[in-house]
Design a binder for this molecule. Sequence first.
Ligand code: RBF
Length: 159
Amino acid sequence: MSLAAPTVSAISGAPFRVGVAAARYNEQLVDTLLQQVCARLRAAGVAERRLTVVRVPGSNELPSAVQLLGLKERCDVLIALGVLIRGDTIHYELIADAATHALQRVALDLRTPVINGVVVAETPAQAKARCGGKIDRGAEFAQAALEMAALNRRLRKKS
Ligand code: RBF
């Protein structure tokens, strides 16, 4: 995976409605990601009342959760947050794969951008570096969400 993150552009989040689903598995790490995401969204002007957060057991449940959120609220963008860490089996890989595909499917079916904020790590140390450590993945996910919400507003057919 490339480390070349996109350059950050200043986008006002004031008009956006954002839905976030966050897994409770590896809870401390996901909580840190969630704090980073919310901090960046608030800093961009997203109003508290337009930010909905729901929690689900694990990353496997994220696609259903963002779909339900997207159907209930008219969100400009949806964000799925989770942390998958390699265990003794390849289970984490299966979940990562299935969740990645399902999140894309939800985005295309709902015609609402979905940000894949699932951190997949080989070790707990790798996961920590990406959730509160040197790498601010939460800020990257929030920035991607702002960009896609802006694109959605600009290109979406008025209905
Ligand atoms: N969920 C995560 O979000 N991160 C994990 O690292 C993770 N590891 C799992 C490992 C195993 C062996 C199992 C059975 C589940 C794991 N889950 C994990 C939970 C999964 O996303 C989901 O909540 C459950 O499988 C119930 O559908």
